[in-house]
Write a protein that binds this ligand. Structure first.
Ligand code: GDP
Length: 329
């Protein structure tokens, strides 16, 4: 692909052209270095028009009902006049080549809607790289007029922290019954949640769901909430029956009203922007480090020596860094 002209792309995207939106996201997701200047020019044009959305992270283990929930929730939002973008962070696609989130046909009704835009996870690269591209895709969607951006992730790994760091509210979907370990939820993820929703509160699972809600309420009472001034609500819903979905959205609106007024959301976004800058610095430095010829020549050999225990890791790091810095003058 040749990089399209950023200004033309930006104005087409702002005018509601969906192909321009898809192309813009492909551009910011591109791992090609020669695409980066165009991607950055595009983002610079779009940035003044971004930021005007509610950014929601939605996480949960495979099978909890994320796609069913997002479909019901997204359609509910559209019914209330919103435009909904769904982005995914799915690091599994790098490790296995397959994707936990992307393999099946997901959110069919939502994806057909003209007020919705669904983008599967970019594949390849580090989690930091995937997170960067998702953040940028979020800005692109906002500039295209989507006022609700849902960032979905599988609740099993580190990507939750990355997602919690790019949204206004991080929502965790849970199954009825069973503690965190039983559900395969990694330690620490519950603590990231601003809102907990027990899904599948229907049929035979209804009483187990009630139980789970009570249990999580109790457990959360002992934790410090991620945002001060907000007690993390625990609710239940049935994504298949559409019950509790409106209440989840009402809670999100309450969160926005309450923490928007106190300045806590603006503060959270400011902190996220600063952290993003630092992770860009980190990624860029690391890239430059790895690409530096002297480092490249020595890296494999030194890694072997460190692995064998012949060279101490800290000494190896210092040596490589010294080579890097010397070569750069
Ligand atoms: P994901 O892997 O988290 O995206 O989960 P899916 O949305 O694909 O749902 C996994 C399974 O759970 C599917 O068979 C869904 O039909 C089912 N499911 C999702 N939501 C509900 C619900 O609210 N109640 C019940 N009983 N089943 C659900």
């Amino acid at each position: 692909m040749t990089a399209p002209d950023p200004s033309t792309l930006a104005s087409r995207l702002r005018a509601g052209d969906r192909r321009a939106l898809a192309r813009a996201i492909t551009l910011v997701e591109s791992a090609r270095h020669d695409h980066r200047p165009a991607a950055e020019a595009l983002l610079a044009e779009l940035l003044p028009h971004a930021g005007n959305s509610v950014r929601l992270g939605i996480s949960g283990v495979p099978g909890v009902g994320k796609s069913t929930f997002i479909e019901a929730f997204g359609l509910h939002l559209i019914g209330r006049g919103h435009r909904v973008a769904v982005l995914a962070v799915d690091p599994s696609s790098q490790r296995t080549g397959g994707s936990i989130l992307g393999d099946k046909t997901r959110m069919e009704n939502l994806s057909r809607h003209e007020a919705a835009f669904i983008r599967p996870s970019p594949s390849g690269g580090t989690l930091g790289g995937v997170a960067r591209r998702t953040r940028e895709a979020m800005l692109v969607c906002e500039a295209a007029g989507f006022d609700a951006v849902l960032v979905e992730t599988v609740g099993v790994g580190q990507s939750e922290t990355a997602v919690a760091d790019m949204v206004d509210l991080f929502m965790l979907l849970l199954l009825p019954g069973g503690g965190d370990e039983l559900q395969g939820i990694k330690k620490g993820i519950v603590e990231l949640a601003d809102l907990i929703v027990v899904n599948k509160a229907d049929g035979a699972l209804e009483s187990a769901a009630r139980h789970a809600v009570a249990e999580y309420r109790h457990a959360l009472a002992l934790l410090r909430p991620p945002v001060s001034g907000w007690r993390v609500p625990v609710m239940s819903c049935s994504a298949t029956e559409g019950r509790g979905i409106a209440e989840v959205w009402e809670t999100v609106e309450r969160y926005r009203a309450q923490l928007g007024a106190s300045g806590a959301i603006a503060e959270r976004r400011a902190g996220q922007a600063r952290a993003w800058m630092w992770s860009e610095i980190q990624e860029t430095l690391l890239e430059a480090f790895r690409a530096q010829p002297a480092v490249r020549a020595d890296l494999a050999g030194i890694e072997v020596q460190v692995g064998d225990g012949r060279l101490a890791p800290a000494a190896a790091a210092r040596r490589l860094l010294a080579e890097f810095l010397a070569a750069r003058g």
